[in-house]
Design a protein around this ligand. Structure first.
Ligand code: NAG
Ligand code: NAG
Ligand code: NAG
Ligand code: NAG
Length: 411
């Protein structure tokens, strides 16, 4: 064992004893979420196939279960904002799904989703309104938690609009308490630190009450957006990597692979880096029209295995040279590593250089099988100091896995 690994392990163990433990999100949750692609579109006359209605979520449930996603691990179908009526029920004060867009009601939708072996997630807000102006949960947290449980909801994302960040450390724990009291396991996704980027969020407290938490700006379908998220997670200001572990994960936002904003290489960068960051994988694209190429990438077993590694340790950026950087993440079997080398140059030809695990802070006598993760190609046996020649194109990633071998190699 080397210093770096001990450091990683200690932080993972710390979060295991301190974080929310409701049995959920032992590895980063995977599924689908409507927001990036479908936003708050409510005009179903003009856009019958892309408005927020029950058909959209049923269609995605069909695609997840029939097109290989569920088998690959994607099981949450998550509703985002704009599903409710603008007023609560005047008598019961309960949230009401829009009767025109969700005519069957959410219990029926949950039954449908469950019949496919999937889980249903929903969205709300801790303030007086959601970001889209729908009713918030500020004065109705217990009732809303009960309502969600009665409908058969499996995950709840609580946003932070129409509120003040001062209330967060009180309101999020209260909602967690009421979700727990329903007796139904409901994954709790908090937007807490996303609103506190310049004020040192209390990540230990966040992990104590949330399974996942949106950290940093919402993703948009652009390379700039993906790059700034990777930079924020690489900078790791306030050491938020330290609180990630089974049950508790930083959420850098949705997967946009299959949409129109990125090249294939940039799609690979997103998949690779979300695996390195132990990030939830919530797809936000139209699975009815996605290309086979994007689908295959989203379901790549090697990348998913790194993302879902049971140690749950978040990778860190440990090396930078100009616009080229390397990240490392300890994975199983214990003593193994995933390594991502990113070329963020915007112009020029391929860059070539040698890299070793020593460069990335790993010491010791272990030997490893090296493989390229996207293709699964075996690259041979390596020690910590064996040079690995890297040739990497601009706007691209090389994702490697160093699998520890049982015995020290005799050379
Ligand atoms: C409620 O909290 C307790 C204590 O952390 C935990 O053991 C239990 O699994 C939780 N139940 C639910 C339904 O979240
Ligand atoms: C983060 O951790 C590093 C050491 O790993 C330490 O030097 C630094 O002070 C920590 N920063 C914060 C904000 O806790
Ligand atoms: C990389 O290392 C090999 C030997 O392991 C050496 O032949 C080669 O010149 C090195 N390349 C660079 C760019 O340093
Ligand atoms: C290492 O790679 C060799 C050759 O590909 C393979 O036969 C062996 O099973 C691998 N060992 C481990 C522990 O992955």
């Amino acid at each position: 064992m080397n210093f770096q690994f001990i450091l990683f392990t200690v932080s993972a163990l710390a979060s295991q004893t301190l974080g929310l433990d409701n049995g959920l999100a032992r590895t980063p949750p995977m599924g689908w979420l409507s927001w990036e692609r479908f936003r708050c579109r409510t005009d179903c006359k003009m856009y019958p196939n892309s408005c927020i209605n029950e058909k959209l979520y049923m269609d995605m449930a069909d695609r997840l279960s029939e097109d290989g996603y569920l088998r690959a691990g994607y099981k949450y179908v998550n509703i985002d904002d704009c599903w409710a009526t603008l007023q609560r029920d005047p008598k019961t004060l309960r949230l009401v799904p829009d009767p025109v867009r969700f005519p069957s009601g959410l219990k029926k939708l949950a039954d449908y989703v469950h019949s496919k072996g999937l889980k249903l997630g929903i969205y709300g807000d801790m303030g007086t309104k959601t970001c889209g102006g729908y009713p918030g949960s500020k004065f109705t947290m217990e009732l809303d938690a009960q309502t969600f449980a009665e409908w058969g909801i499996d995950s709840f994302k609580m946003d932070g609009c129409y509120s003040t960040t001062k209330d967060f450390s009180v309101a999020y724990p209260i909602m967690e308490f009421f979700l727990n009291k329903t007796g139904r396991p409901i994954l709790f996704s908090c937007s807490w630190p996303a609103y506190m980027q310049s004020s040192d969020p209390d990540y230990k407290l966040i992990a104590k009450h949330c399974n996942i938490w949106r950290n940093y700006n919402d993703i948009t379908d652009s390379w700039d957006s993906v790059k700034t998220i990777i930079k924020y997670y690489g900078d790791d200001k306030y050491n938020f990597s330290a609180v990630a572990g089974p049950g508790n994960f930083n959420d850098p936002d949705m997967i946009i692979v299959g949409n129109t904003g990125l090249s294939y290489q940039q799609w690979q960068v997103q998949m690779a880096m979300w695996a390195m960051m132990a990030a939830p994988l919530f797809l936000s694209e139209d699975l009815r029209t996605i290309t086979p190429e994007a689908r295959t990438l989203i379901q790549n077993p090697g990348v998913i295995a790194i993302n879902q590694d049971r140690l749950g340790i978040m990778g860190k950026r440990v090396w930078q040279s100009g616009n080229i950087e390397a990240w490392i993440r300890p994975v199983t079997p214990v003593g193994s590593y995933a390594v991502a080398v990113l070329n963020l140059n915007d112009g020029g030809a391929q860059s070539g250089f040698n890299m070793t695990l020593v460069t990335l802070g790993v010491k010791g006598q272990d030997a490893y099988n090296l493989s390229e993760v996207f293709s699964g190609k075996a690259l041979g046996k390596y020690t910590v100091s064996t040079n690995f020649p890297i040739f990497i194109d601009t706007n691209s990633v090389l994702l490697l896995k160093y699998t520890k071998l049982d015995r020290i190699l005799k050379w």
